[in-house]
Design a protein around this ligand. Structure first.
Ligand SMILES: Nc1ncnc2c1ncn2[C@@H]1O[C@H](COP(=O)(O)OP(=O)(O)O)[C@@H](O)[C@H]1O
Ligand SMILES: [Mg+2]
Length: 399
């Protein structure tokens, strides 16, 4: 009889072109981070005072997505943990991704849990959490708090205020903050007091160029694939694509991994044709992932924009080179009419502008202010992905 177990056996014993697939995952942090020596040195210098029980300056790190910000900071924290033993320094650190911990309360909860891992903080107020954390730091600990994707914290002004106040209230011990953001403009949106607190020092991470991406991929590929199973052509093409897409190493790795999976299913070495096919697949995955994280109104706004981009703008003749550039006014009308037909209460134009900002920050749209001449100074919108893909992803979500 035909045995299902055979499928498992066959899959397990099937030869694969991967040596260690995990090395190619975007979550993997290599020991060696080429082209980031300068940045690593700067972050280390910044927090070095902690090792002699002094307060480090707060640091704000920004740069586009996939340029190694998270990898560099995690790498430095590891080094800090290793070194503190040697100097017997009373130093602590925590890394938090604010996409997950996105309120002052949740961040304080993690800090309190770090301070007292054995205690339960269930249902306790943020004041209590804060006091518990201060009690721990007040014993003379220099504590480094890394807030990655800090722009996701909803009440960031309150959080930075609390953490700064910690320093003022402590006779012994200090808190040092490292904020990381993928958004270049985020700093400008901060309240002036938070800005001066968070940005005592700052480092900008530049995008990688195609050669740098090639070298990064080569190192990963050498460990991720069996010898001889990835061609130089494939590496160069993946790097060139990623360099076009804003110098993003995460994207380059995703391309390489996807191309690897496609090649693996055929038992062939990774060549350029697989990278080309991977590009379409990865782009689709990215759109779907982004859209899956969108709150309801943002996805309706996006759907309205995709609708218009598909049909073409009423004002198409006013746009240069026949590109799908839309006016925010017509996008708002489209959003209102979708809300009506889906029986959802539409939000005001002020909220709508905020949704546009968020969609832009996620890279789903780009916006620009039209020059004079086109109906005054109106905001123009361009969808970053093919409208039919965007619509399909939103529909799937609401299905
Ligand atoms: N210089 C580098 N060398 C090797 N891998 C890198 C380098 N920079 C980034 N990466 C890899 O690219 C991916 C994205 O990096 P990450 O630090 O998460 O970017 P960011 O935080 O800036 O968005 C990770 O898998 C990381 O290991
Ligand atoms: Mg990151």
């Amino acid at each position: 009889m035909w045995q299902l177990e055979n499928i498992f056996e066959k899959e397990i014993s099937r030869p694969t072109i991967f040596e260690d697939r995990n090395v190619l995952s975007p979550h993997y942090i290599p020991d060696h981070l080429p082209y980031r020596e300068k940045e690593i040195t700067r972050v280390m210098k910044q927090i070095a005072p902690a090792l002699s029980q002094k307060r480090p300056n707060n640091l704000f790190i920004y740069g586009k997505t996939g340029v190694g910000k998270t990898a560099v900071v995690k790498h430095v924290l590891e080094k800090l943990e290793e070194t503190k033993e040697k100097y017997q320094a009373s130093v602590g650190s925590i890394y938090l991704n604010c996409r997950v911990h996105n309120t002052r309360y949740q961040v304080l909860l993690k800090l309190a849990q770090h301070a007292a891992p054995e205690e339960s903080f269930l249902g306790l107020s943020s004041t209590h959490l804060y006091e518990r954390f201060l009690e721990y730091v007040g014993k003379g600990v220099v504590f480094i708090v890394v807030l990655d994707e800090i722009d996701k914290v909803k009440d960031l002004d309150e959080l930075t205020y609390s953490l700064t106040r910690a320093n003022d209230g402590l006779a012994k011990g200090h808190v040092g903050l490292i904020g990381i953001s993928n958004s270049i403009n985020f700093k400008e949106k901060l309240d002036p007091r938070s800005k001066s607190t968070l940005c005592q020092d700052e480092i900008v991470f530049a995008p990688y160029n195609a050669d740098q991406l090639s070298a990064i991929l080569k190192e990963r590929a050498a460990r991720g694939f069996k010898k001889g199973y990835v061609t130089d052509g494939a590496i160069h093409l993946a790097s060139a694509y990623a360099a076009q897409e804003s110098g993003d190493a995460r994207y380059a790795l995703r391309l390489l991994l996807k191309a690897g999976e496609l090649a693996d299913s055929k038992g062939k070495p990774v060549a350029e044709e697989y990278v080309k096919r991977a590009r379409a697949a990865v782009e689709e995955d990215i759109v779907i992932e982004l859209i899956n994280t969108l709150p309801e109104h943002q996805s309706i706004v996006l759907y309205a924009i995709a609708n218009l981009a598909e049909k073409g703008s009423k004002y198409q003749r006013l746009t240069e080179n026949g590109e799908h550039v839309l006016f925010s006014g017509e996008a708002y009308e489209g959003y209102e009419s979708l809300c009506r037909s889906w029986r959802i209460n539409a939000r005001s134009a002020r909220w709508f502008r905020e949704y546009l900002n968020e969609l832009e920050m996620m890279g789903l749209i780009t916006t620009m202010i039209s020059g004079p001449g086109i109906r005054g100074n109106t905001r123009l919108i361009r969808l970053a992905f093919p409208p039919e893909k965007v619509k399909a992803a939103v529909e799937k979500r609401f299905a």
